[in-house]
Design a protein around this ligand. Sequence first.
Ligand code: FES
Ligand code: FES
Length: 212
Amino acid sequence: MHSDDQTPDGASSVPAGPSRRSFLKQTGGLLGVALAPPLASQAEALADKLAPTSPILSGQTNVSLTVNGQAKNLRLEPRTTLLDALREHLDLTGTKKGCDHGQCGACTVHVDGRRVNSCLTLAVMAQGKQITTIEGLAKGEELHPMQEAFLKHDGFQCGYCTPGQIMSGVACVKEGHATTDDQAREWMSGNICRCGAYPNILAAVREVAGHG
Ligand code: FES
Ligand code: FES
């Protein structure tokens, strides 16, 4: 038997006339044309067509941020992160840059009450929203209860991850995600402590949750 006839339904589906091999050859040729890269002029025409809908943003632009209740007008490159805007342009250095890759939580701030990694957020995306940093948590001389609890339970050793831990802890309690130790651990897991302060951080968060 010819190898071309060994399909389950035999060769009944192969059209009469040109053999299946020549049929495949022809379609292969057509596919080859379809997949070939477009000619240079075609690519340029396509790029021209796309250009108006995909402008390349560059150069500084006006960005208005509301940080800790105060309006701030800045000139920033569109690619500037919220973290860099806070630290480099507004001198709010309480928010820390740990990994700058969304992996440690040191840069946690609140945007409209929700915790975000400011290293993964563009400043322009935060326009029109309420941004709260660690500097905006206390009311004058009166510390936020989470700050008090961190002091009481020795919830900080390095001081570097601490602002992010506190901001995350405040949001975690507000979200109702600190009702048990396990739950608090899970919902605080985006904030990395490299030393041995975890139990103390947990105790602080749980205490505030208990009072909430
Ligand atoms: S600095 Fe943003 S998550 Fe590490
Ligand atoms: S308290 Fe910052 S790494 Fe542990």
